[in-house]
Write a protein that binds this ligand. Structure first.
Ligand SMILES: NC(=O)c1ccc[n+]([C@@H]2O[C@H](COP(=O)([O-])OP(=O)(O)OC[C@H]3O[C@@H](n4cnc5c(N)ncnc54)[C@H](O)[C@@H]3O)[C@@H](O)[C@H]2O)c1
Length: 322
């Protein structure tokens, strides 16, 4: 299939692009990163992926891209992702994650592209001391989560009004690395890369934000899911997409606290990670762990990698490319 991958030069999108190529699909990436960098990311498969530099805020640009290629489906990764930032700059998040998302949906309607797979997030849920099912309370703890929820609602309406078919994958904490690619956000706030940068001496220490949460050791608990398990879920979504809207948690069902992750990383890297206690961050939920039963039962998808595989693969990436 010919697939438009928005944000395909980013962390998760680039891994999915590699997987799409492996499976014989033709990904066309639209991302607002510099073309040289995109070419470096996809250097080994440069003949198999077209990368177009552009912003989803530019409807004329999008119109020309949709006109040029007859896409079979869209995978929509592009967005503003940092939850803490969303509490300082809500309008930027609304513009990028909701309004620019509508641009994609409108182009799909105009150019008769009917399938979209959306990168949603565990951030749509109200934090809960227990696993979260898709039927749990939708009450985001930060504005980032609100924008993901808003876009899911838009998908429902575009399905009802225009027949757009969608799958919304609510990822928990994407992590790990493959294909020589890895996690390196422009502004890194994710725990595992930060820890590994500290292990490499690229940071003095790790800040532990909040030690008084109602969790076993007082630090936040998250469900870490390997980026290749996410990639597999995307490929399945392409097969399973139908007229009926589908929303799934994509996680392992296991939670790990910040302190646990640091301990496992110390074992794997053989390095001591210096820690500093810091106040809790605005918008951080205490406990976000998936109940992945629905996707397991409906699609037969199950996470194949555990937290040690994740940290080992991320460490390989950071040691080589960090
Ligand atoms: N990383 C996680 O743990 C996680 C968890 C849940 C959901 N998600 C979602 O998954 C998606 C991908 O996350 P990621 O970690 O790969 O982030 P990322 O920042 O590495 O990738 C996002 C990409 O989108 C591009 N982009 C952003 N706005 C754009 C615009 N207006 N026009 C064109 N390109 C634009 C960026 O340049 C970047 O390359 C995001 O939508 C994010 O909200 C991520």
């Amino acid at each position: 299939m010919k697939i438009l991958v928005t944000g395909g030069a980013g962390y998760i999108g680039s891994h999915v692009v590699m997987r799409l190529i492996e499976q014989g699909h033709q990904p066309i990436v639209v991302d607002k990163i510099h073309l040289d960098r995109a070419q470096a990311i996809f250097s080994e498969v440069k003949d198999k992926v077209q990368v177009i530099n552009g912003d989803l805020g530019d409807r004329d640009f999008l119109d020309s891209v949709f006109k040029k290629y007859s896409f079979d489906a869209v995978m929509h990764f592009a967005g503003s992702i940092e939850a803490g930032d969303s509490m300082k700059n809500p309008s930027i998040f609304f513009q990028n994650n909701v309004v620019n998302g509508i641009n994609i949906l409108d182009m799909m309607v105009k150019h008769n592209v009917t399938k979209i797979i959306f990168s949603s997030s565990a951030a749509v849920y109200k934090t809960k001391d227990g696993v979260l099912t898709e039927n749990d309370i939708l009450a985001p703890e930060n504005f980032y989560g609100e924008t993901k929820l808003k876009f899911e609602r838009l998908l429902h309406w575009y399905n009802r009004i225009y027949g757009i078919k969608f799958v919304s994958l609510r990822y928990f904490n994407a992590s790990g690395a493959a294909y020589g690619l890895g996690e390196r956000h422009k502004q890194e706030t994710h725990l595992i890369p930060l820890i590994l940068q500290a292990a490499l001496g690229q940071r003095d220490c790790i800040k532990v934000f909040g030690s008084d949460y109602p969790t076993s050791d007082g630090t936040c608990v998250r469900d870490y899911i390997h980026v290749m398990d996410l990639a597999r879920a995307h490929l399945l979504a392409l097969e399973k997409i139908s007229d009926v809207p589908q929303i799934y948690n994509v996680g392992t069902g296991k939670g790990h606290s910040v302190r646990e992750i640091i301990k496992i990383a110390e074992e794997i890297t053989g390095k001591k990670i210096p820690l500093v206690d810091a106040p809790p961050r605005s918008g951080d939920a205490a406990f976000l762990v998936a109940d992945p039963k629905k996707i397991e039962q409906d699609w037969g998808w199950k996470a194949e990698y555990d937290i040690k595989d994740i940290i080992r693969s991320a460490w390989e990436f950071h040691k080589d490319k960090g």
